[in-house]
Design a binder for this molecule. Sequence first.
Ligand SMILES: [Zn+2]
Length: 439
Amino acid sequence: MLALATTAGAQTFDEYFEDNTLRLDYVLGGDSSAQYIQLCQLYKQPRWAGRRNRLAETYLLGNAQINVFDSESGRLIYVHTFSTLFQEWLNETEATQMKRAFEASYNIPFPKRPIDIRVTLTNNHNKICAMLTHHVDPSDILIRPIGDNGIPYKYIEKNGDVSECVDIAIVAEGYTATEMDKFYKDCQRAADAIFSHEPFKSMRNRFNVVAVGAVSNESGPSEPGKGIWHDTVLRSHYDTFYSDRYLTTSAVHKLFDLLSGVPFEHIIVLINTPRYGGGGIYNQWMCSSSDHATFKQVLVHEFGHSYAGLADEYNYGDNHVEWYPADTEPWEPNITTLKDFDKKWKDLIPPGTPIPTTTNNNQQTSRPANTQQGGTREDLNKKTQRVGVFEGAGYMARGAYRPAELCRMNVNEVEDFCPVCTRAIIGITDFYTGTVRTK
Ligand SMILES: [Zn+2]
């Protein structure tokens, strides 16, 4: 049964915030030994599309956090958590050899009175490794007002006011002016892909989807591995971190500029290409190629990352990288190191299930995810729905565990999210929309 949250949260929102957005642009930089955060620019944008309840709650820790304090009282009044491409790069060998900088932009509700903002990056031990604190006076004349930027947009799904629904913006990348009809059709396919999967299907009326028709000068993303560079609005490219299928954009400030006329919370960058690729980062963006045969599966998988903070449930076999150290329980809801498993999905495991749980065929699933998984639809479904604690997850063959043998966060051949991922998606949607669930 669903019921709207009490008005207490809404009163708190009105006490500290107005119905506008404060956009924060930063640069994150450094190398594997030291990281820094620097403030670039502040913007004011009309309307606030984010949550209006549970404002000071850290629902998922993410790899980075923004804590907003009322300057006068010192009270914590808003929390935003996210992950960054920069922190992924810190795991690359290159990060031991040079310093690099990455753009980052975040929206918070526009304050009525002065605030202090604390931005933190945390490492894979959940320890703070970089911090910036800065003061913001809402009357500061250097906060640039932005709004309608002339870029057309169309609602693909409109199920309620931006204050009530989760607002997803799909931004065109690599579509020329003559390809805009294709873009809007691709957006409809993207929305249909997401809402054809549970639990999104049952919650469709809690989402808005808006398509933003940003025009590129040239068609398709850049493909550095083939020597192809295109002049596109977000400069997306394959070969991110030299991984051929890793298709991303680093132009995050520009991405937020493109969205200045649209209230939004979550971003899908839809990239006009038939080649396999994509990526998703919790509360930053997800990128998806538009025309690959696995478009639907990849889009929903990457949206699981960017929307619900879900981890990859596959592993890289014996190429062992310690993404999730044994002394730390990961913040992602669908993997565990068993350090603090009681906080995870213990309540969903049938009595008598051994921990760790052995798979029926005693096989690990490992990347590449587009390799064929055998079995009928019924077999796959059983492997998706049987909850246990299966070793091999989060890129690690040993020491990290997933909730089901197979899941949408594991292999492309499986349609469904496992019960743990399903619960996580429902939980974060309730968090964003201020929905209280009673049994
Ligand atoms: Zn799962």
